[in-house]
Design a protein. Sequence first.
Length: 455
Amino acid sequence: MLSQLLKPEITDLIQNRQFTALKEILVDWMPIDIADLFLSLPENEQAIFFRLLPKDLAADVFEYFDVDAQLSLIQLLSKEDVASILNEMADDDRTALFEEVPPNVVKQMLTYLSPEQRKISQQLLGYPENSIGRLMTPDYIAAHQHWTVQETLNYIRIYGKNSETLNEVYVVNEKGILIDDINIREFLLSPLEEKVNDLMDFNFVSLKVNDDQETAVDVFKKYDRTALPVTDSSGVLVGIITVDDVLDIAEEEATEDIQKIAAVEALDEPYPDISLLSMIKKRAGWLSILFLGEMLTATAMGFFEHEIEKAIVLALFVPLIISSGGNSGSQAATLVIRALALREVSLKNWFFIFKREVTTGLALGAILSLIGFLRITLWQSVGHIYGDQWFLLALTVSVSLIGVVTWGTLMGSMLPLVIKKLGFDPATSSAPFVATLVDVTGLIIYFSVALVILL
């Protein structure tokens, strides 16, 4: 909002080359507001604008850009400016940038770094893709248990400026092994001569450097932390991971699951940025599979063509029957997939889910059954359009709805569990996929009921 209000004033200062005044204004702004303003400027003014920022502020602003904006700006800046930004960036944000660019570009960028920063970047890039090691930063405060509170505070004053966060102080032994974490509040409120060892309770939570990034999301959610230490296989403290990075991962995972539920392969990049060809490739595979599945619907109807010829009115209600089953199945699948993602249920809860969804399916089917029966009755009373067997027709539709909706609900709830049991992502049992399967089985139920009641 602030950037939009002052945009004309900023543009005038740039055009009039009043850089001193512009710099005095910007140094008091939040980095996120400067980033928003930067992205709204014409491309020919962006490099001028960015060069006005102090090095540390420029790096903070740069971290708020998406990868495409970062790469575009890098092309506009000199090698010296790029080197300054890369060296000032937080280690985890710099690693995130390197992950998104081609290897030859990463190799070039690494040459811009100081020896110390290059070593850190190479170490972080050496961890497996999608591991916690790629997200962590080695900028943290670690104290020794034999230190006093005064010694720890003195250490924080000297080295705390570069730390990612000062909320927690991590305690290590002589070998660097993590033995505890202590909230900074304890140091601020304790006597200066008290030993760190006296503040310890040896009750801490940590992550392993090779753990999957989704593990971090679960641990942060469970323990409600803003930062967590990361150790290697020997327990040596090698870095920390902060909640802002975990929120990014949670957003990416949720986006991926939502896309899969819609029967689309994960896009892996923002919707406006993905190419048309890539978009078609991501969507064509599942759409083709679903189309082939829907062909079975025509096969099922062909199997019952003689029954349809005897009572052509049955065909009028085919869309109603199969859509009701598909909708109920999609509902159940979405609810179970999300419950699995949030760890609200697991495979061992399958019988609980089974019982709940059978009961729910019967109840929902009964509701739709009643609505369907009343609809046929009302139309019959108005126009006598269903003939003398209208009651049997209404009964056939009503009973079929109970069966189809119950079956759809059951399939929608069980399929994600089966897929997870097989080791795949439950989100791949997408709502359209469930709906396609239920369409075919729904027709079989419908015409089977018609054979018993109507024909």
